[in-house]
Design a protein around this ligand. Structure first.
Ligand SMILES: *[C@@H]1O[C@H](CO)[C@@H](O)[C@H](O)[C@H]1NC(C)=O
Ligand SMILES: *[C@@H]1O[C@H](CO)[C@@H](O)[C@H](O)[C@H]1NC(C)=O
Ligand SMILES: *[C@@H]1O[C@H](CO)[C@@H](O)[C@H](O)[C@H]1NC(C)=O
Ligand SMILES: *[C@@H]1O[C@H](CO)[C@@H](O)[C@H](O)[C@H]1NC(C)=O
Ligand SMILES: *[C@@H]1O[C@H](CO)[C@@H](O)[C@H](O)[C@H]1NC(C)=O
Length: 368
């Protein structure tokens, strides 16, 4: 009796499902392996839900990528770095700074995407277990021994497959080659970005200025912060100044030239104390965003890092961003964007933050 009742239902489902599902562009087996193995950095997968999953759908196709205001996370992969993980990896790293120095976010990558972030700062190194494996580092800290770089790419591809109006800007830096060599690290990063699977989702353009949104929806663009055996992505390796509040990179490539302006004063050393450092960091961040919004349409890529720390004064990224008794950089930035002179500004460029998820409305204020 039971199967007679269920049979028609199954038959309807069997007919209905091909209409509703379309073949994904990814290898399903490889996807499942990657989401499982990469969960220490990706977080656990859940389909993006909420209004921010497709905010780029409201931007017209002909808009240049460099004219969009794009929120991103600095040191994206560090969100899950805990004292316990640090202890577990001591045999490889020896004694390093407390884990909170290296931690720049709280949300998993899937949550960062859901919160509206579209630019990601990935820092890759070689695994002490097998120097062919690419894993995530922040300076000397190993962030996770299981999750591989390719797993994280699969996570992004899953998001893009399900949210095809969106585009992702992926910054990739060769962070640590201690367990191998820079040659191996750079070659392996390049190889990972150029597999047949990767080519479906990565637009390899070497120049960003001419790219419009329609040509990169459902895809990612690479900001290259590693020397590559063959060119791919926008080259940021020439004259990337360390701890600098306002520098320029001129990228000349076969695909076109880019004028790139960067603020990355990550250690705003001024006087003693949180307040003077927050004020200094906020000043350079806001000044850079103002310059970005004053640029001509279609000219110049602006990248602003709102992230900072001052190790010598125990001002870890979380305290610089969120404050401690007195407000931090993030609240200052949000208030400036919503109620201050930053209100209504367009073309703010790419803005990388730490701990933005602790300041409700900050990511939305960047997008606005
Ligand atoms: C899909 O991925 C699995 C796991 O990596 C692999 O064994 C298989 O060959 C792949 N299939 C195709 C068609 O590439
Ligand atoms: C976007 O750029 C591509 C490649 O240059 C071009 O073919 C296309 O017409 C552009 N689309 C829009 C809507 O401007
Ligand atoms: C890379 O990580 C190792 C292990 O923690 C550390 O000894 C080395 O100093 C790090 N190198 C860089 C460039 O951060
Ligand atoms: C940043 O600080 C300088 C020097 O005090 C000041 O002239 C400038 O107006 C400040 N910029 C902003 C955007 O507040
Ligand atoms: C802003 O632009 C002006 C004029 O080009 C330049 O002198 C200044 O250094 C820029 N400031 C920042 C923070 O980018």
């Amino acid at each position: 009796m039971i199967h007679l009742l269920f049979f028609p239902l199954l038959a309807i489902l069997a007919i209905a499902s091909p209409l509703e599902s379309r073949a994904p562009k990814y290898n399903v087996t490889a996807m499942n392996i990657a989401l499982n193995r990469g969960s220490g950095i990706l977080g656990s997968y859940s389909k993006c839900s909420g209004s921010l999953c497709s905010w780029m759908s409201k931007i017209s196709d002909d808009t240049k990528l460099i004219d969009i205001s794009i929120p991103g996370t600095h040191d994206t992969a560090s969100w899950n770095y805990t004292p316990l993980k640090q202890i577990e990896y001591l045999k490889y790293t020896n004694l390093i700074y407390p884990s909170s120095i290296y931690k720049c976010n709280k949300e998993s990558i899937f949550k960062q995407l859901q919160s509206g972030n579209r630019a990601f700062d990935l820092r890759i190194g070689l695994s002490p277990k097998n120097s062919n494996d690419l894993i995530f580092f922040h300076s000397e800290a190993i962030l996770d021994l299981n999750s591989k770089f390719e797993d994280i790419l699969f996570g992004f591809w899953r998001f893009l497959d399900e949210n095809p109006t969106e585009t992702l800007i992926i910054s990739i830096k060769d962070e640590n080659s201690t367990f191998g060599s820079y040659n191996i690290l750079q070659q392996n990063i390049y190889n990972t970005l150029t597999t047949n699977q990767a080519k479906i989702y990565i637009n390899p353009t070497e120049s960003i200025s001419s790219i419009n949104l329609s040509s990169v929806r459902g895809k990612m663009v690479i900001l290259r912060r590693f020397n590559s055996p063959n060119n791919i992505g926008i080259d940021l390796t020439n004259n990337f100044k360390d701890n600098n509040e306002d520098f320029q990179i001129i990228n000349s490539s076969p695909d076109g030239d880019d004028n790139i302006f960067i603020e990355d004063l990550y250690e705003p050393f001024t006087n003693f104390g949180l307040k003077s450092h927050v004020n200094k960091k906020l000043n350079v961040t806001i000044s850079h965003i103002l310059n970005s919004s004053n640029k001509k349409n279609g000219e110049g890529l602006y990248i602003t890092y709102a992230s900072s720390e001052v190790i010598s004064q125990l001002l870890i990224p979380e305290i610089m961003s969120n404050g401690l008794i007195i407000p931090g950089v993030n609240l200052g930035l949000k208030n400036w964007l919503i109620n201050g002179k930053g209100k209504g500004l367009k073309q703010k460029g790419i803005i990388f933050t730490d701990f933005a998820s602790d300041t409700t409305g900050l990511v939305e204020a960047i997008i606005a």
